[in-house]
Design a binder for this molecule. Structure first.
Ligand code: GUN
Length: 312
């Protein structure tokens, strides 16, 4: 049987570290880190996500505030709000929940958030920093994926990793993080020819295609590590619904370790949002130099130290 990578437990451990960092900041005379969440409109799924994020802040001592704006809010008003939050020294992290209403240019809005407060890691400056291994804020789900892998394979040097999915939010940043950790990375997607054979060579598979049970048991090498980012709600035969990942979980018990859905990657995303908020706050309060390694749980050689241990 494959080991189950318990994302809930690992997220709880990360929350403990984040809470301790908040306490340390406060104990040394700094204000508690502050996260502001913007929600435009009344998308029910977004409401649930935002509520979870606010509650999670309370657990670790992050001050949170919410701006709930009506669906017909103009783009200009939203940009004005973000500009005022960018200038507010008590706000260390800004998260504008997407999707935004159709009349708003999402890319423009996400670019208007200061890169230093962009706790989603979506701003092109942070994307650039990630792809050049020069620090910055790492998107939450990819960061969580790396932390989960790190619990099973602390050193990825020379490992073969296959990423399925090429989204800006998961696939591409995960590929960059894996490369940075000295893995040999193949980025694939649902149109990739010969995907089963490519996966069969992998020591690590990160499935983030949004295609339920795409990865079958015979795509997986004995002893591989599987991180399943997919989460799709499917109807069952008895008319109920269940959450399904991108991996046929039951068929993959010859893997070394696998994340469940739910309870794998999902819990890590919010825990990493909290960690990113504290990182942004620490950088604004005490600068980069004094904070040490911000992402001690990420198997990265160059990203956060600025120097490679081996020739690139
Ligand atoms: N909507 C769904 N997930 C996310 C997320 O991680 N960040 C933002 N900003 N919006 C989302």
């Amino acid at each position: 049987m494959a080991d189950i990578i318990d994302g809930r437990a690992i997220a709880r451990q990360l929350d403990e570290k984040t809470k301790a960092q908040v306490e340390e900041l406060v104990a040394t005379g700094h204000p508690a880190p502050g996260l502001t969440v913007i929600l435009v409109g009344e998308d029910p799924a977004s409401e649930v996500y935002v509520r979870r994020k606010i509650k999670a802040c309370e657990r670790v001592g992050i001050r949170s505030s919410e701006h709930r704006l009506p669906a017909d809010t103009s783009q200009e008003d939203l940009l004005d709000l973000i500009a005022s939050l960018n200038a507010d020294p008590e706000v260390h992290g800004i998260l504008c929940q997407v999707p935004l209403p159709d009349h708003i240019d999402t890319r423009l809005v996400l670019r208007s958030i200061s890169p230093d407060k962009d706790v989603d890691g979506f701003h092109p400056v942070n994307v650039g920093r990630l792809s050049t291994g020069t620090g910055g804020i790492v998107p939450c789900t990819p960061l969580g994926v790396m932390m989960l892998i790190n619990t099973v394979i602390p050193d990825l040097t020379g490992k073969d990793a296959v990423v399925i999915g090429k989204s800006n939010i998961v696939g591409k940043p995960v590929a960059n993080l894996l490369l940075d950790a000295e893995a040999t990375v193949t980025v694939t997607h649902i149109y990739t020819h010969g995907l089963p054979a490519i996966c069969r060579k992998a020591d690590v598979i990160v499935a983030a295609a949004g295609a339920p049970e795409l990865v079958k048991g015979d795509w997986v090498k004995e002893g591989a590590v599987i991180i399943d980012v997919g989460i799709t709600r499917q109807e069952t035969e008895d008319g109920k619904t269940k959450l399904v990942g991108d991996v046929a979980f039951d068929e993959c018990q010859h893997a070394k370790a696998i994340t469940p859905v739910p309870g794998g990657v999902g819990p890590m995303t919010i825990a990493c949002l909290l960690a990113n908020t504290v990182q942004a706050a620490r950088r604004s309060m005490v600068g980069n130099g004094d904070t040490g390694s911000d992402y001690a749980d990420v198997p990265s050689r160059t990203m956060f130290t600025g120097s490679a241990s081996k020739p690139n």
